[in-house]
Design a binder for this molecule. Structure first.
Ligand code: ARG
Length: 500
């Protein structure tokens, strides 16, 4: 844009610190100068405008523009004097945006035009030189990459905080035993800490995906302009490094057309949403009277409007439910991008709502789960009682026989027959007498009863990845060490969230 917005031309002057009055550029076309006679249709103007959503890019837009104008000065494309005026004007706008004082105008379409128009309104002709050698296409892509890069860092940090909570809770509940499940049937005894660390491992992979996505998106589109670069002697290396990007993107068409950095980020968010929903589901189940394994505090539960006795695990349910939203955001973006020809298409303006929503949703979910888990009360007795029912000792019996020379397949049958006897006699496996056990296999001796104790069964699973106490403690130490190596103070973060 070389032409000045029409409101600067012979209009009565008003407070120059304010944005131009809306009447001066109501329906967009006054912004675009010579090509247009008529105003944009009112509905078209509403469909066209994105500032309500993309104003969130304001500070990143200012940052990108400052890098751009410094480069324009250094390469002599604009005068140092103009560049200084522009930078000072942009800094002031940046401060106003940060303070929530910016008056955004729909009539100016998007975040970019709002900022540039206000700048030009304030500093005059120099403002019109900012957009030399760039386009809104490389500008918006730069802004979105800057925004997404910080957002990825935020969800990474919140993921680490939730991991920290789990590590501390695992350590403090190291002696609590519970049934592990398959098919949601009680299967074998494990430690609660082992279960909490399983959640931690899921989160550790989520974290890795955020780091990977950060590295891959960290290239600069700035200078690719509308689609084919520019005739001006720009310095793309300079703007890339000013903005903390590793390098300029290599292909101008790709730079203007690419949104797979968002697809990748939203894929990672969706996978984490699925993980958080599984954790949410377990907390819901464990909070039921049927399980009774956990009770979340009043801070993270709600009552019923009709049933006075209820204390519902709404936060866990909402985390479970919000996965649908995040996955929906990813699907929106995939469908949006599918089949778009190179390079930029206006469809891509619709990328922002799902991107912002997915990040916002995951940030909230991570925070609320960290708080809920940090403060939850685990009911050790209920977990131990659940171990007494459900014949979770059956594998121990089969293993014991196999270790005493009986082929495992046969041992498995013997244990199965013993379970059947117990069902018929309304007994638990440890309640069988040695004589009864021997009726099924002569190899049994007194030591089988000790093998059936949950702690013994767990301690004998002393293998890499197993629930034996030393293995779980080593996992806690290892995970905490990994976090520390990344500069994360797990204990501090857990304490901040109220973990005991
Ligand atoms: N608001 C636009 C977006 O978010 C900025 C880019 C507009 N580019 C254009 N050629 N109309 O996509």
């Amino acid at each position: 844009m070389t032409d000045k917005p029409s409101h600067d031309q012979g209009k009565p002057s008003h407070d120059a610190s304010k944005p131009p009055p809306p009447s001066s550029s109501t329906a967009g076309h006054s912004t675009w100068g010579g090509r247009f006679d008529e105003q944009l249709d009112a509905v078209a103007a509403r469909v066209n405008a994105s500032v309500e959503v993309d104003k969130r890019l304001g500070e990143d837009d200012v940052r990108g523009s400052i890098a751009h104008v410094r480069m324009l000065a250094k390469t002599g494309i604009v005068s140092v004097d103009d560049a200084q005026k522009i930078e000072a004007g942009l800094r002031r706008i940046g401060d106003e945006i940060a303070a929530g004082e910016m008056e955004w105008r729909d009539a100016l379409e998007d975040v970019h035009m709002n900022i540039e128009t206000l700048l030009t309104h304030r500093i005059g002709e120099a403002g019109g030189r900012l957009h030399t050698a760039r386009s809104r296409n490389d500008q918006v892509s730069t802004d979105m990459r800057l925004w997404t890069r910080s957002a990825l860092d935020r969800v990474r940090a919140k993921t680490e905080a939730l991991m920290s909570v789990l590590l501390v809770r695992a350590e403090h509940t190291i002696d609590v035993v519970m049934p592990g499940y398959t098919h949601l049937q009680r299967a074998q005894p494990v430690r609660l800490a082992h279960h909490l660390l399983a959640w931690c491992e899921m989160l550790e992979r989520d974290r890795g995906r955020y780091v990977d996505a950060h590295v891959r998106l960290n290239e600069s589109p700035l200078g690719c302009a509308a689609l084919a670069g520019t005739t001006f002697p720009i310095d793309r290396e300079m703007t890339a490094s000013e903005l903390g990007f590793l390098r300029p993107m290599r292909n101008s068409l790709d730079a203007s057309a690419d949104r797979d950095f968002l697809l990748e980020a939203l894929s990672a968010l969706s996978i984490q949403a699925v993980h958080l929903s599984r954790i949410g589901e377990e907390l819901v189940l464990w909070s039921t009277q049927e399980f009774g394994f956990v009770e979340m505090t009043d801070q993270f539960t709600t009552g019923s409007s009709i049933m006075p006795q209820k204390k519902n695990p709404d936060m866990a349910e909402l985390v479970r439910g919000k996965a649908g939203r995040v996955i929906g955001d990813l699907v929106s973006l995939l469908v949006l991008m599918k089949g778009l020809p190179l390079a930029y298409n206006r469809d891509m303006q619709e990328d922002k709502r799902p991107a912002f929503d997915a990040f916002d949703t995951i940030e909230d979910c991570l925070d609320v789960l960290a708080g809920a888990i940090a403060t939850a009360r685990f009911h050790d007795e209920r977990m131990r009682r659940a171990l007494r029912e459900g014949f979770v000792e059956a594998t121990e019996i089969a293993d014991w026989l196999a270790a005493h020379g009986v082929p495992f397949r046969e041992a498995h049958h013997v244990a199965g027959r013993l379970v059947r006897r117990c069902v018929a006699a309304h007994k638990t496996l440890p309640e069988l007498t040695l004589a009864e056990l021997r009726e099924e296999h002569a190899a049994f001796d007194e030591s089988i009863f000790r093998a059936m104790e949950p702690e013994v069964a767990i301690e004998r699973r002393d293998v890499i990845g197993g629930p034996a106490k030393n293995r779980v403690l080593a996992s806690i130490t290892a995970l905490e060490g990994r976090l520390r190596a990344r500069g994360v103070d797990a204990r501090g973060l857990a304490a901040e969230r109220g973990a005991r």
